[in-house]
Design a protein around this ligand. Sequence first.
Ligand code: ZN
Ligand code: ZN
Length: 226
Amino acid sequence: MNTPTSRRLRDLVYETFASEGRAPSVAELARRTSSGVDDVRRQLHDLADAHALVLNRDGDAIRMAHPFTSAPMAFVVTPVDGHDDRRWWGGCAWDSFGISAALGLEVRIETACPECGATISFAAGPTTPPPAELVVRFPRPAAEWWDDVVATCTMIRLFCTREHAESWGAERAPDTGYLEPATTVWSLAKPWYGDRLAADFTPHTREHNQALLDERGLVGEFWRLP
Ligand SMILES: [Zn+2]
Ligand SMILES: [Zn+2]
């Protein structure tokens, strides 16, 4: 986001996700910024290098702009207001809360428990926490999140109970992972993602985000940001 064009591109990506639930194409971004397609592609790569967004494997389309994602990832986020017909894929449990936080919107979040397959559907919003019994499992330490951030988000799942999260982890990944109540992740999503759509958004520093984790008791090696 070092140039006005790159800032404009980033903002257009977020605006399109927020209003239409999809990522804009490279051609669309070129038209809307009166830029060349190659220039847009180059700037998107720079934004991806800065973790401002995530490109697909071929580097020619936007895959994620946290908390938004352009492809299904186990979570569907729907406005509670039935007159609002927008829909979003939630990149993970944390991102699903993040969409509500970024939009300042009461939403319904739907997913399935990875252990038992039961549908989990609940309302959450800026002042509405998720049900207390729900648990989020983080698959890998914070230092490794961006090694493959799509894979990381894919595995940050919501379980219907702590027991189901524990039995799922014990069977598939017994030596790693961290369980946290969904209410904690919800409270983290507000300051982490709440300003993503703000006109004056500036990327958080590492220290800022580390403090957000610390304040919620997410401390120790697992939660140390790179
Ligand atoms: Zn379950
Ligand atoms: Zn995520």
